[in-house]
Ligand binder design. Structure first.
Ligand code: BGC
Length: 815
């Protein structure tokens, strides 16, 4: 990727004016960092996410190869697979003309309600950092840059722009868990950028945190790439520049003219601007090879990407429970009578929400796939949608709507309030009953000072008390056959909440309607009464509609089908409406109506399999003993439905991980083992493994003075099928640390892992190793350094332990 000296962009630094240098330090739209045309310095396109590279713009719905979510990556425990993913993401980024992939997200699973946990790997810093590093390396091999995020402690979404992580997070916790993930990432890879978190740490915004950016990231860890703000994540002009934040995204809110003025006033030096501009030019040198030639963005369906999406989905799905060998289902020969239950079985779940979501290239549901497989025996496959699994009312479906010209859809009219002619300023016909503008408005439309009207004829296909919903940013009135059925005031909503959590705008009513009868529906909304300062102003109106339904009848229908089948497969959990960005889950309960459905189906079925979609844990306490097997399917991407069915039918075997323990955060917490149903690292397979001959040695083979801790272990597949096993190496602290006079250490901590595939009966010796200093040291607060205690340590692998001695204690400033 390196540019030759003579063509280097960095060489152009001296030719840039102050204004041009400053132009390089911010974005110019939602997905682009600014360039300088006069000198041929290109813009840099950045794109979310490692689960699917999104097109440019904020609401672009061009499709893309949709991979599983990151928690599924974490559950693969497979760095090699993550490397392949990185290479494929680089290819996908080029299709979208992008030079920088925004990700991986390596915040920690600290709270099981955190909205973006699905977008992060795990609760363990080593697993998260190493898998993220493998992706970064793969992206780089593909010639593209990546920008892991969000540094640091963006481990929750509620008030993410404001919260301050200082109470309770002492420097040891930061060092050993939250910063540690980044250190593992930087030990294994060299990302070209790092995105700073929105929140504060110790009273300072991360985007202006000189300690985090300059001291730890750059000086201590030697990071040489750029740092960028999260979107609208800067809070002032001078602080971020002084701290060394190179790029403000997505617009020059605190840069541009304001920064020029600050330089002229002597608040920021030209040298400080040069340092930032230089790194922005270096980024162009490093990404020169993937610069866009300016053609259109593309979406290409490829077997290679799909196979990878399927391998990752299959590798990351976790079999949590499998009583009496309920799985795999035997579908060879005469197929079992399957009853498929749940809206997610027909309307498949692909991704979580927010910036890590994307539009898949195709949507194949479990029902579609099984219908193909049951072509010869269609009567042996039954489907019941069961209860509703959604957070907000869907948009009124186009096929029920008719515009004035007789076409399906709606008429939209925009009016400027000061136009006394009473005529619309602009009229449009469209299929969807919604208007969505953010900062960029229709030409000539006055904001503030305008209104919009959506009108249509709605013909329901069933009779009943149907639900009508409105999601409007301004004050509105909804009429049905000229009669007002709902109205509401302008809603105060931040731009961020508008983008990610528009359920906050929802207003509902029910209207009695008859099947086949056409109703005139008109939604009128006043546009915003003022513009939002510093961020784009939302202007949106949407009409939702859902036909009446009886939950009891839906549950009874599913249970009745279940009674006649051999096995019921219930798809349940959450989708992108529940787990997303900008908000957290209120709790981890399973929605009550889903619990009722699962229990009713399980009571009626000979055998019940539960397929759970969720990024965060979901409380299955009320159903776990009722069902025979549970497969955790995450948000599995466009090949996810196929991957899950391959596991259910035994075509692929889920991975096995038999060991993992508690910890203060997540598995490090010293809690009673029986309180944890499925601990970190749990997962069943269709075979079993036996571990023997664990040995550990300290080795200074490199002679560089850095000792390696080397473990070897023999593993045998003792079952009848081939299977994959994740070998996990934990280090236990010296015995003296359980003594009260010594510092507390978690009972065990993950220090290395690898994944092996063994045929039935096969036995193999596996080597696994870690740097001894890194594996055994803890962060000592008093001396703010890493401390290695002398003593007898242990390693734990697959239930076996072995001891090793550290003869002499020492300290290090940097690991
Ligand atoms: C998210 C980032 C994302 C950015 C651009 C922000 O809301 O926090 O993770 O990269 O938007 O989409």
């Amino acid at each position: 990727m390196a540019a030759t000296e003579s063509t280097s962009y960095v060489d152009k630094l001296a030719q840039l004016t102050l204004e041009e240098k400053i132009a390089l330090l911010s974005g110019c739209d939602f997905s682009t960092a600014n360039g300088v045309e006069r000198l041929g310095i290109p813009k840099v396109r950045v794109s979310d996410s490692i689960c699917g590279i999104r097109p440019s713009g904020i609401s672009g719905d061009m499709t893309t190869a949709c991979f599983p979510n990151t928690v599924c990556y974490g559950a693969t425990w497979d760095a090699e697979l993550m490397g392949r993913l990185g290479e494929q993401l680089a290819h996908q980024a080029r299709l979208k003309n992008s030079q920088v992939v925004l990700g991986p997200t390596i915040n920690m699973h600290r709270d099981p309600r955190a909205g973006r946990n699905f977008e992060c790997f795990s609760e363990d810093p080593l697993l998260s950092g190493q898998l993220a590093g493998a992706i970064v390396n793969g992206v780089r091999r593909g010639g593209v840059a990546s920008c892991p995020k969000h540094f640091v402690c963006n481990d929750a979404e509620t008030l993410r722009h404001f919260y301050d992580v200082n109470e309770g997070v002492d420097s040891r916790t930061l060092r050993e868990i939250y910063l540690a993930a980044w250190q593992h990432l930087l030990r294994t890879s060299e990302p070209d950028g790092i995105m700073m978190a929105y929140n504060k740490v110790d009273g300072k915004y991360c985007s202006a945190h000189d300690d985090l950016i300059s001291r730890i990231l750059r000086r201590e860890w030697g990071f040489r790439g750029i740092t960028m703000s999260d979107w609208f994540g800067t809070k002032d002009v001078v602080g971020p520049v002084k701290a060394g934040l190179d790029l403000e995204m997505p617009f020059p809110v605190f840069r541009g003219k304001r920064l020029v003025t600050a330089v002229e006033a002597g608040e920021v030096t030209k040298g400080e601007i040069d340092a930032l501009a230089r790194r922005m030019l270096e980024l162009r040198d490093r990404t020169r090879e993937c610069q866009s030639s300016g053609g259109p963005e593309r979406s290409e369906i490829s077997d290679e990407a799909n196979q990878l999406a399927r391998d990752i989905a299959a590798g990351g799905m976790v079999l949590l429970k499998n009583d009496n060998c309920a799985l795999p289902l035997n579908v060879a020969g005469v197929k079992p009578k399957i009853v498929l239950v749940g809206e997610f079985a027909k309307d498949a779940v692909f991704t979580g929400g927010g910036s890590a979501s994307c539009t898949p290239q195709y949507k194949r549901s479990p029902l579609d796939i099984l219908q193909e497989e049951y072509r010869d025996q269609p009567d042996a496959l039954r489907y019941a949608s069961g209860v509703r699994t959604r957070r907000y009312i869907p948009e009124a479906p186009t096929h029920l709507l008719q515009a004035r010209n007789g076409q399906p859809g709606v008429d939209i009219a925009f009016y400027n309030n000061d136009d006394s002619s009473g005529k619309p300023h602009l009229e449009e016909h469209q299929e969807r009953p919604s208007v969505w503008m953010l900062g960029e408005f229709k030409p000539g439309l006055k904001v503030p000072g305008s209104r919009v009207q959506i009108s249509t004829r709605l013909t329901p296909d069933t009779t009943g008390e149907h639900t009508m919903a409105v999601r409007c940013t301004g004050s509105f009135s909804l009429t049905v056959d000229e009669e007002e059925v709902l109205s509401g005031p302008e809603v105060e909503i931040s731009t961020e909440q508008f983008i990610f959590n528009h359920i906050l705008l929802e207003r509902l009513t029910t209207v009695s309607m008859t099947a086949g009868q056409s109703y005139k529906v008109v939604l009128t909304m006043q546009g915003p009464s003022k513009l939002v300062a510093g961020e784009p102003t939302p202007y949106a109106a949407c009409l939702g509609f859902e036909r009446a339904y009886s939950e009891d009848a839906a549950i009874e229908e599913a249970a009745a089908l279940a009674r006649d089948g051999d096995v019921s497969v219930v798809y349940a959990g959450r989708n992108e409406q529940y787990e997303s960005e900008g908000f957290d889950l209120p709790d981890i309960r399973m929605p009550e109506n889903q619990t009722r459905l699962i229990r009713a189906v399980a009571a009626a079925s000979a055998k019940t399999i539960l397929v759970l979609h969720c990024g965060n844990p979901i409380n299955v306490g009320a159903v776990v003993d009722e069902v025979d097997a549970i497969l955790l399917a995450h948000f599995p991407g466009q090949e996810g439905a196929r991957a899950a069915l391959d596991i259910l039918t035994g075509k692929t075997s889920p991975m096995t991980i038999e060991y993992a323990e508690g910890i203060k955060m997540g598995y490090r917490a010293p809690v009673e083992p029986q309180r944890i149903r499925w601990p970190f690292g749990h997962g069943l397979s269709y075979t079993s493994f036996q571990y023997t001959d664990l040995q550990v040695v300290k080795d200074d083979g490199s002679g560089a003075g850095s000792l390696r801790l080397k473990c070897s272990i023999r593993i045998q597949n003792t079952g009848m099928r081939a299977g994959m096993e994740v070998v996990q190496m934990y280090v236990t602290p010296p015995e003296s640390s359980s003594n009260n006079n010594c510092v507390w250490r978690p009972e065990r901590e993950l220090k290395a892992f690898t994944k092996v595939t063994l045929g039935a009966g096969e036995s193999r010796s596996v080597e696994i190793e870690a740097d001894m200093k890194v594996a055994c040291s803890y962060w000592e607060e008093e001396t703010t350094s890493w401390r290695l205690q002398a003593g007898t340590y242990g390693v734990l692998v697959g239930g076996l332990t072995a001891k090793f001695e550290v003869e002499k204690g020492c300290s290090w400033n940097h690991l």
